[in-house]
Design a protein around this ligand. Structure first.
Ligand code: ADP
Ligand code: MG
Length: 312
C-alpha cells in the first residue's frame, strides 16, 4: 500500500501530524515540497531538505535521469481527453494532454467556459469515445458553472445526465486564498474519486481584483506563481490534466498587431505547457489558435457553440 509519512527517515508521529495539518498527506507531497515552505513548519531548513531528499529517493527510486529514447517510449503512453470537437482535437493532436497544464485564453463570450463544461463531460466517457472513464473536479471562481448546461452536453454525447452530474466534483472559490486552499484540499479527493481532470475557471479573476495596480503586482505574481506550481504538482503526481481559463487585457504598449494580451504576464506565460487563444468570428463561429506549445506549430481551427455544447 501507500507509504506513510512515518515511514520516512527523520519523521516521527508528531512531525507527521504537523505535516498532515499543513497539507502534506503523502510522501509524494513531500518529494515535491519547497524546502522554504517546509522549513516554516519544521523550524529548520536543514531538516526540511533532509526530509525532502528522503521522500524524493523513495518516489524516484533513483530513476531521475533517463534517456530521450526512454522518454519517447514513455510519451507514447501519454493520454488525451478529447474535446468532443474534431477540429480542436486535430489542432491539439489528440485533445487535452494528461499530465500537463493547458490554458484557454480569450475575451468574454469566446467559449472558454463552454469548453470547460464539455471537458468535464468528455473525461467521463470511455476511452473508445475519447474520455478516460474518470471524474472531473471543477473550481469555479466566476460563478458561471451551470449544471443545466452539463445536462444538455451529456445528452448530446449519449451519456446519462444524472450520472454525469454526479461525477463532477464542484467548488465555488470565493477569493484567491480560498481558491488555493481548494486546490490543496483537492489532494484528498483525487485518488479516492478517480479524478483525472481539474478545471479552474478562471484562474486569474480573484488575483486581478484583489491585487490591483502596479504597487501590488509583485505580491500578486508571487502568489499566482505558487498557485500555478500547486497545479503542476497535482498534474504530475496524479497523472491528470489541468485546464484553466485566463482573461485578456488591453496592452497599451502595443501599437501594431493584436491590442490584447493574456492577463497574468510572464508567470502565466511560463506556467502553462499549452496556451490556446479563443476569439469570436463571423456568424457566431469561434476560432482557437495555439499560441504557445513545445510541440505544436502556431495554427488555428474553427468551432461553434450550440445547444449540444461545443461543436465543429
Ligand atoms: P467565456 O469565454 O467568457 O467563458 P462562454 O464559454 O461562457 O464564454 O461562452 C458564452 C457564449 O456561449 C455565449 O455568448 C453564447 O454565444 C454561447 N452559448 C452558451 N450557451 C449556449 C446554448 N445553450 N446554445 C448556444 N450557444 C450558447
Ligand atoms: Mg467564462
Amino acid at each position: 500500500g501507500e507509504i506513510r509519512l512515518e515511514d520516512l527517515e527523520g519523521v516521527g508521529r508528531i512531525t507527521a501530524q504537523k505535516l498532515r495539518a499543513a497539507g502534506y498527506y503523502s510522501v509524494k507531497d513531500l518529494a515535491f515540497a519547497s524546502a522554504h515552505e517546509l522549513a516554516l513548519i519544521l523550524g529548520s531548513e536543514d531538516r526540511a531538505m533532509a526530509i525532502i531528499r528522503a521522500a524524493q529517493r523513495l518516489v524516484s527510486r533513483g530513476e531521475e535521469f533517463i534517456t530521450a529514447k526512454e522518454l519517447f517510449e514513455k510519451r507514447k503512453n501519454v493520454e488525451y481527453i478529447s474535446t468532443g470537437v474534431k477540429a480542436l482535437d486535430d489542432l491539439l493532436e489528440g485533445g487535452i494532454e494528461v499530465g500537463s497544464l493547458t490554458e484557454f485564453i480569450g475575451e468574454f463570450g469566446a467559449g472558454k467556459t463552454q469548453l470547460c463544461h464539455q471537458l468535464s463531460v468528455m473525461v467521463q466517457l470511455p476511452k473508445e469515445k475519447g474520455g478516460l472513464g474518470a471524474r472531473a473536479l471543477y473550481i469555479d471562481t466566476e460563478g458561471t458553472f451551470r449544471p443545466e448546461r452539463v445536462v444538455q452536453i451529456a445528452r448530446a454525447k449519449g451519456a446519462d445526465p444524472e450520472k454525469v452530474l454526479e461525477n463532477i466534483i464542484y467548488a465555488r472559490a470565493y477569493n484567491s486564498d480560498h481558491q488555493m486552499l481548494l486546490v490543496d484540499e483537492a489532494k484528498k479527493y483525487i485518488e479516492k474519486n478517480n479524478i483525472r481532470l481539474i478545471i479552474v475557471d478562471s484562474l486569474i479573476n480573484h488575483f486581478r481584483s484583489e491585487y490591483p495596480g502596479r504597487e501590488n503586482l509583485a505580491s500578486r505574481q508571487q502568489k499566482l506563481n505558487r498557485h500555478i506550481s500547486q497545479l503542476h504538482k497535482l498534474a504530475s503526481l496524479y497523472n491528470l490534466a489541468v485546464v484553466v481559463t485566463n482573461q485578456v487585457m488591453a496592452a497599451p504598449d502595443i501599437f501594431f498587431g493584436n491590442p490584447l494580451k493574456p492577463a497574468g504576464g510572464n508567470i502565466m506565460a511560463h506556467g502553462f505547457t499549452y496556451r490556446i487563444w479563443f476569439r469570436k468570428a463571423k456568424e457566431g463561429k469561434r476560432i482557437a489558435r495555439i499560441i504557445d506549445s513545445p510541440k505544436h506549430a502556431e495554427k488555428e481551427a474553427a468551432f461553434a457553440i450550440s445547444e449540444d455544447g461545443v461543436t465543429d
